[in-house]
Design a protein around this ligand. Sequence first.
Ligand code: GNR
Ligand code: NI
Length: 168
Amino acid sequence: MSILTILEFPDERLRKKAALVKNVDNHIKQLIDDMLETMYHAGGIGLAATQVNVHLQILVIDTSEEKNLPLCLMNPEIISKDGEFEYKEGCLSVPEFFEKIIRPGRIVVKGLDRNGEPVEIEANDLLSTCIQHEIDHLNGKLFVDYLSPLKRQRIKAKLDKIHRLEGR
Ligand code: GNR
Ligand code: NI
């Protein structure tokens, strides 16, 4: 297992669109395990492969209190959505910034599980928000894209400065 490096906004690699996973082989399973380890290590409730610079449709999530219910979904497709849920979202790729975002509050999503078997998940509230946040990553979209251009620009300027100070 290993901890992977998480890309940070405004890194252009976060804008790439992820490709379908064709075959869930041992390499993919190793990547899933590394993504889970990276997510838990960073204290996040979700992680998309895009964030670790792998442009495949893979996401991992654990919204449980005890952090002991890892969920993996590949090639996710939302097949229905309704309602609304507002949550103050954060992102490991936009560290230290949190903003309220409204998204559909109930979704049904289908995809492949860790073994490559088809699954369908009904999700509400936080889990629904988290799945949509991760699917956005796979499409090159970030939660800051839902904010006003002014707010997004302020966040970009602050992170640019931090990255400069860190010599990135
Ligand atoms: O850790 C995370 N918390 C979070 C809070 C509200 C909505 C979405 C998230 S996902 C985020 C981890 C992350 O960046 N996943 O892509
Ligand atoms: Ni994120």
